[in-house]
Design a binder for this molecule. Structure first.
Ligand code: GLN
Length: 461
């Protein structure tokens, strides 16, 4: 096995036992990037020099016991990195070099992580396929003709193709979970406010969550332990203490009687029959392990996508106003079609006379969706659903049909509207293409999601 193929857990053990050096680990990731990036287009910037220097420095004084010491991690190019170009996937920021690190980047560095590069993504994180990137689409490593999912396309591919050990993404409506599902890796969207948003280019501020993509559930838990926590620079970050997410998923602890809800609205019309079969099969596995499966209903699910595509562009139009450069003598032609579409929609939605009819109404629906979850979580511990209604689709298939593209988010936007966490884990393949399963839980239930995910992961191939 090559070093870049290791999980974080394995790499930490190997480094500790001095089976290999941190430089060797970084070099093997860089070699893989060199070999695959021209095909996959997963990286916008590779931090070859910085990563190598850092590795040498760590090897020299390898004694500290930091949770991510020497681990190569990639960042979606939405995370501000001091001295390293940060584009948000858009030509507008093509030459932007931040003077500070995002809080998450700061925390990762303090934990010993090595930033290996900045990954490709849909411009401003608008999209479900990676095709809205101004730097060209990323390709799915399982099938180069297919999309890897978006908008954290490059991060999912970087983790799936072993170009790094883990990658940070962002999830406003599914952008960590969908590409995780399409690329066969583990993707976490944490509870809203669990991880600081400071220093990450904002998409829709009441929905944005800083998540990550890893090769295993345990690695996901490890990273959340580093990134989570209150940040005085982000007023919406929670001051709830950070839990020990690894506790309860290490070793074989057997399965306690978890109550799993099967939300019927997530298994209806529009869901590919082969995906349905996979997810029901996974539920069967969990049932055999002692979980109790209960059918539940979230009646307002049918309004979720409509509400999301009102609230999100409204916030996007406000956030993107600061980038248009109109006051600095630039015009707006550097914004791509999708950003323009959202700016126009959002401006319209928020304008006098329409605000009540659209925005306010969507916000009321959002409350109803949140209440649906509150009710259901009185009866069950977690919910299990598909991540995407379809397997990874072909590049070009939906890019000219925004409505079709938006439908890819149908099972993921609800978690963002309600602020609850969601974990996407691999659940098998249809026709050689990966299928993910989504585990949803109440706010701040990440520990439980990791436990359920781990139980499934260790009892399947
Ligand atoms: N696909 C969704 C959208 O385009 C989600 C994007 C995201 O989570 N960043 O709005």
């Amino acid at each position: 096995m090559k070093l870049n193929e290791l999980t974080i857990k394995e790499a930490r053990e190997g480094l500790k036992k001095k089976q290999f050096s941190c430089l060797e680990l970084v070099k093997s990731c860089l070699e893989q990037i060199n070999k695959t990036n021209s095909k996959l287009n997963s990286f916008i910037t590779v931090c070859e020099e910085e990563a190598t220097e850092k590795a040498v420095e760590i090897d020299r004084g390898f004694r500290e016991r930091k949770p991510l010491l020497g681990i190569p991690i990639a960042l979606k190019d939405l995370y501000c990195t001091k001295g390293i170009k940060t584009t948000a996937g858009s030509k507008v920021l093509e030459n932007y070099i931040p003077v500070y690190d995002a809080t998450v980047v700061d925390k990762l560095k303090n934990a010993g992580a090595i930033i290996i590069g900045k990954t490709n993504c849909d411009a401003w994180a608008h999209g479900a396929s990676g095709e809205n990137s101004d730097f060209g689409p990323t390709r799915n490593p399982w099938n180069l003709e297919r999309t890897p999912g978006g908008s954290s396309s490059g991060s999912a591919v970087a983790a799936a193709a072993d170009e790094c050990l883990a990658a940070m993404g962002t999830d406003t409506g599914g952008s960590v979970r969908l590409p995780a599902s399409f690329c066969n890796v583990v993707g976490l969207k944490p509870t809203y406010g669990r991880v600081s948003r400071y220093g990450v280019v904002a998409m829709a501020s009441s929905l944005d969550c800083m998540g990550h993509l890893t090769k295993t559930v345990e690695d996901s838990a490890l990273i959340l332990g580093v990134t989570a926590g209150f940040d005085p620079k982000d007023a919406t970050s929670s001051n709830k203490p950070v839990e020990d997410y690894l506790e309860g998923i290490r070793g074989n602890r057997g399965t306690r009687r978890i109550r799993i809800g099967l939300p019927k609205e997530y298994f209806g019309e529009g869901l590919d029959a082969r995906i349905k079969e996979k997810i029901l099969g996974a539920l069967g596995v969990l049932e055999d392990l002692g979980a109790k499966i209960i059918e539940v209903s979230l009646p307002h699910t049918k309004y979720a996508l409509a509400a999301y595509y009102i609230i999100q562009p409204a916030e996007v139009s406000s956030n993107l106003a600061r980038y248009d450069g109109i006051r600095f003598g630039n015009d707006r032609d550097k914004f791509g079609d999708e950003a323009k579409r959202r700016i126009m929609l959002g401006t319209y939605i928020l304008s006098a006379g329409y605000y009540d009819a659209y925005y306010l109404k969507a916000m009321k629906v959002r409350t109803l969706i949140k209440r649906d979850f509150n009710e259901v979580f009185k009866k069950v511990d977690v919910l299990i659903s598909p991540v995407s209604p379809n397997p990874p689709f072909k590049l070009g298939e939906k890019v000219n049909d925004p409505m079709q593209m938006y439908l890819a988010d149908i099972y993921t936007v609800t978690a963002n509207l309600a602020g609850i966490p969601g974990l996407s884990i691999p659940a098998g393949f249809v026709d050689g293409l990966p299928v993910g399963m989504q585990i949803l839980g109440p706010q701040f239930s990440e520990k439980m999601l990791f436990q359920v995910g781990k139980i499934y992961e260790q009892s399947t191939h």
